[in-house]
Design a binder for this molecule. Sequence first.
Ligand code: BES
Ligand code: MN
Ligand code: ZN
Length: 490
Amino acid sequence: MRFVTKKIKEQNSDTIICFIFEDDDKKSEVLKYVDELSNSEITKQIYEYKTITGKFQETFKYSINKNIKVLITGLGKKNEFTKQKFSQCVANATRIAKSMSKNQSIAIEVIENCCQNTNFETKDITQITITAARIGLYEFNKYIKEQNKIETLELLSANTNPEIEKGAETGAFISFAMKFAKDLINESAQIVTPLYVANLATEIAKEHKLEAKIYNKNQIKEMNMNAFLAVAQGSVNEPMFIHLTYKPNTTPRKKIALIGKGITFDAGGMNIKPASSMLTMKSDMAGAASVLGIIQAIAKLQPDIELHVISALCENMTSGSAYKQGDILTAMNGKTIEVDNTDAEGRITLADALCYADKINADEVIDIATLTGAVIIALGNNITGVMGNNQNQINNFREISERFCENTWQMPILNELKDNLKSEIADFKNTGGKLAGTSTAAWFLSNFTKSKSWMHLDIAGTAYLEKTNKETQQGPTGVMIRTLINYILS
Ligand code: BES
Ligand code: MN
Ligand code: ZN
C-alpha cells in the first residue's frame, strides 16, 4: 500500500474519512470541503437532523454522488479524547471505508488543530493515523479470494507541514514492519520452519545491506547452546540461529540488542498441550517476526543507533528424540537447567540467546516473547507485561508505549522467586508451580544476561487474538512493534 500526504483539494479518492467531536461545532477543513461538495447537506445532517452526533466510534456514510462517498466518524467528547481512542476510531473507520471504495483509494483527514487543549503533536497524530489505518485495512488473503484491496491511503491536511511528512514517513515504515510480522505469523508452521525464517533473514539482510550471521545446527552446537538444542531435538526441522545487525553511517549513539522468541510451532513437547491450546501455536514465533519487521523499518529510518536482532529458531515437538522431563541441560554460560516441564521451552531457548547477546556488549538488551499463559490471566489480551532490571529503561519504554497507543504494565522480578525454581540437582528447574508464572519466567531469564539494562516483554496475551478486540481483529497484532521502533528512535 502507498501512503501519500495531500492538500485537501488535491485528493483523488472516492472515499473520504473525516472526524467530528461530540461536543465541538468547529468544523475541520476536510469537513468544510466535503460539506461544500454536498451543498451543505452534510452539515445539515450533522447539526440539524443530528443523524450523527459525534459519539465515540459512531459512523455515518454519505454519498455525495456516485463518485464520492464520505464516512464521518465520531471521536467522542473532546475532554475524554485519547490517542488510543483515536487509533481505534481510525482502524474502525478504514475497515468500513474499505468496503465503500471502488477506486482502491481512501483519503483520511489528519486531525491537526482539533486538539488545541491537548499536547498531541501533529507528527505523532500522523504516525498514529497511518499505523491505525493499516491495522484496519489488514487482511491475510493469500489462501482466500482477494477481497476489496486498498492500494492508496491519502492523508489530507489544509496545508503542507513538515511535521506531517515526518510522521507519515515513520508511520509508513512502522506499518510496513507490522504487516510483515503479521503475515509471517499468519503463515502456517508447515511453511514457516526455522530454515524458512533463516532464509528470510538472509534475504532481508541483502535487501537492506545488513550484516547477517546465520548459524545451522552444527554451528549452534559449536557455540555450546545446549539448552536451545535440547528443545529443538524433538523435531525433524532443524534449528537455526539468526543475528542481523544494522549499523549507522556515523558512530552509534547506542547499541541495542533485540531478541525475539522464535518457536515456529509449540506443541508443548512431551508435556503436550491440549488441542485447544495448541491451535494457535504457529504464533509462538511472534517475537522473531516482530524483530525482523523492526530491523527493516530501522534500516529505512537510519537512526544513529546500532541495532542487533537475534532469534533462536526451532520447533517444540513430541517424538522419540524429544527432550524429556528430568533432563539436565547446560546453557552457553555454563548454568544448568533441570527440565521440569517441556512446555516451558521459550525460556530455555531464550537463555542461550541472552548468553549470545552478552557477547555483543550492547548498552541495552530487550527480549520480546510469547512466554507465559500466566500473563494472559494477569493482564488479559490488551496489555503487554514488562519486566527488567533497569527501572529507568522500563519507565522510558512505558512512556513511549502510552504515547503510541499500546498498553503495557510492569510486573516485578523479585529475588525470592528463585524458591519457585529450586532444583536439587541443577542450578534451577525451568518451571515451578502455578504461582507468579510470568514473573518467575522473567526471574529465570535474568540469570542468563549480564546486561544492566535488560528488559523482557511478555506478549503471550497480546501477540495473537482469538477474538477481535478494540482496534485489532482476530489473529496476529504486531504488538509492541510501534513502541519498540519509537523507543529505538528516541
Ligand atoms: N508459548 C507458550 C505460552 C503461550 C500461551 C503463548 C498461550 C501464547 C498463548 C509457552 O511456551 C508455554 O507453553 N508456557 C507454559 C509454561 C508452563 C508450562 C509453566 C504456559 O504458560 O502454560
Ligand atoms: Mn510452551
Ligand atoms: Zn512457547
